[in-house]
Design a protein around this ligand. Structure first.
Ligand SMILES: [Zn+2]
Length: 268
C-alpha cells in the first residue's frame, strides 16, 4: 500500500491510496461518515417563542447546526445516568433574543455555550423574527454517531473514486478541440500537436470526451487498485483527525476479533 497526501484545499482533504482494494478505502470512508462520535443538539426546551416558526421546526434546525468541543463528554449510553442526561454526557447552550427590527435574522452565533460545546460556524441562520418577537430556549447537546441520526455526521462530503485512465490515440486525433470544450472539469488541453490531460484526478469518468470525439481517439477507463479518498468536514473535527479516528476504530475492531479468536477453546 502506498499513500500520497494531496493536502487540503477549500476545506477538502484528498488522499491517494495505491495498490489496495477500494473496499478498504471505502471502509474508512464509511466509518468516517457513520461511526465517529461528535456533539449535536438533541433536546431543546423552549421557554418563549413569539415568532411565526413552530417550536418543532426551530428544534430541528438547531439539531442540524454543526457543533464542536465536548472532548470530555461521554456517550449517554455509557453514562451513570442511564441516558437520562447529566453534566457528564450533556452540554448546554442557551439562546435569548428579542428582534429590534423586522426581518431580524437569528444566527447560530447567538447560541451561548454554557458548557464545552459550541457552534462550528456563527453564520448559520436559525430563524427570522419581526420587531418585538422573542425567542428564549435552552438546548442540550450530546455525543452521537450518524448511525443514530445524520445530524451526527462529521462530514458533508466523503467520497472514494478510482484512478482515471485517459488514453489518447494521437494517430486518430486531429485536435478538433471538441473534447477540450465539452469536458465539464476542463482537464484536457491542446499542447502544440498533442492533446494532454492537465489534472488526471479531477476526471469524474463521465466519458463526455469519449462520446463526443468523432474520430474515437479518446478512451476512458479506471484502475480500481488505486483510489482517492476525499473528505470535507462540517467543522466538528479537522479532516486529518477524522481519518485518524477512523483508523483507530478499524484497529479496535480488529483487536476485538483477535481477542475473541484467542479465547477459542482448543480442539480436542
Ligand atoms: Zn449522563
Amino acid at each position: 500500500m502506498d499513500v500520497e497526501i494531496l493536502g487540503t484545499t477549500e476545506g477538502q482533504l484528498r488522499v491517494i491510496i495505491r495498490n489496495v482494494e477500494p473496499a478498504f478505502v471505502n471502509a474508512i470512508r464509511r466509518i468516517v461518515m457513520a461511526e465517529i462520535p461528535i456533539p449535536a443538539i438533541e433536546k431543546v426546551y423552549i421557554a418563549e417563542n413569539t415568532g411565526v416558526l413552530y417550536d418543532e421546526i426551530i428544534a430541528h434546525r438547531l439539531g442540524l447546526v454543526p457543533l464542536k468541543g465536548g472532548e470530555a463528554l461521554i456517550h449517554p449510553s455509557e453514562c451513570d445516568c442511564d441516558g437520562k442526561g447529566c453534566s457528564k454526557c450533556e452540554s448546554i447552550l442557551t439562546l435569548e433574543v428579542e428582534a429590534t427590527e423586522d426581518h431580524f435574522l437569528v444566527y447560530s452565533g447567538r447560541l451561548k455555550a454554557e458548557g464545552s460545546v459550541f457552534p462550528c460556524n456563527n453564520e448559520i441562520p436559525i430563524v427570522e423574527l419581526n420587531q418585538g418577537q422573542r425567542l428564549t430556549l435552552e438546548a442540550h447537546a450530546r455525543l452521537g454517531t450518524a448511525k443514530e441520526h445524520a445530524k451526527w455526521q462529521p462530514v458533508s462530503v466523503a467520497t472514494v473514486k478510482y484512478e482515471p485512465i485517459v488514453k489518447i490515440d494521437m494517430k486518430s486525433c486531429d485536435l478538433c478541440g471538441l473534447c477540450v470544450e465539452e469536458c465539464p472539469k476542463k482537464i484536457l488541453a491542446a499542447n502544440g500537436k498533442n492533446l494532454i490531460v492537465t489534472s488526471l484526478w479531477d476526471c469524474t469518468l463521465c466519458k463526455v470526451c469519449e462520446s463526443i470525439c468523432p474520430k474515437g481517439a479518446v478512451n476512458i477507463s479506471y484502475n480500481a487498485n488505486n483510489s482517492m479518498l476525499m473528505l470535507e468536514s462540517t467543522g466538528s473535527m479537522p479532516n486529518e483527525e477524522l481519518v485518524l479516528a477512523a483508523c483507530d476504530i478499524v484497529s479496535n475492531k480488529c483487536s476485538m476479533l483477535r481477542n475473541a479468536l484467542k479465547e477459542l477453546p482448543e480442539a480436542p
